[in-house]
Design a protein around this ligand. Sequence first.
Ligand code: IPD
Length: 271
Amino acid sequence: MTLAPNGLDELLLIARDTALAAGALALQRRQEGVSVAATKSAPIDIVTQADRDTEQLIRSLLSDARPDDGFLGEESGGGGGTSGLTWVVDPIDGTVNYLYGIPAWAVSIAVVEGDPDPATWRALAGAVVNPVTQEVYTARAGGGARLGERELQATTGVALDRALVATGFAYSMKSREPQIEVAAEMLRRTRDLRRIGSAALDLCGVADGRLDGFYEWGLHPWDHAAGALIAREAGAAVVGRNGAPGSRELLVAAAPALADQIVTLITALRP
Ligand code: IPD
């Protein structure tokens, strides 16, 4: 399917407006007080009622606006769709920050073409909204990335030993062990490491030059669908191992030369 640019603009508006409405609800819930509703893959992998309610709102707004599209969300899973497009949604990326009141969490909404699989999909439009800071990051395929109205440009020409690099860690302790080893080596090889707590905001940070690079493995599609498009549209390479697209196996975002160095280092440490 080839969508005309104005079709992409319309998808982007839907993504942005839905993320703004969802962000307002999540922020209101945060102000009312948040508690853990359930745990998921591990005792520290939590979901709040606000995650669920926010995803429910997003799901219903999207189904009103785009009844033929599919949906894949962190809290309610996937399903439906006849158009070939799927909305990939993280209602609150950075749930632990949300729980603790750390202002680094975001609503992330992307629409992708093809199977909702990062290995093969084509991201068409995406929005990442941090309701606390009121930052609204958007991108559409081929149309550049923006923070509000300002066009974003990832950093270029930064060597690994001068790079500020962000990463994240899995909830499962077993999966965390190799991540700790790689993070220790990254600390030796880079300017410094950041663990912000929201992969979506990490990727937007790369787009905006607040970070030179980001890497993580174990991410779910909804953690990176919108942010990866925003980083790519700001000029960053978003890649996985051996030139594959970024996926659960590995996702690296940085200027192309730096991304290569990060992938090479991780591959050497974790062949
Ligand atoms: C998490 C965040 C975190 C990343 C984890 C993700 P959640 O998403 O993006 O930065 O390190 O891997 O699971 O659970 O807050 O939606």
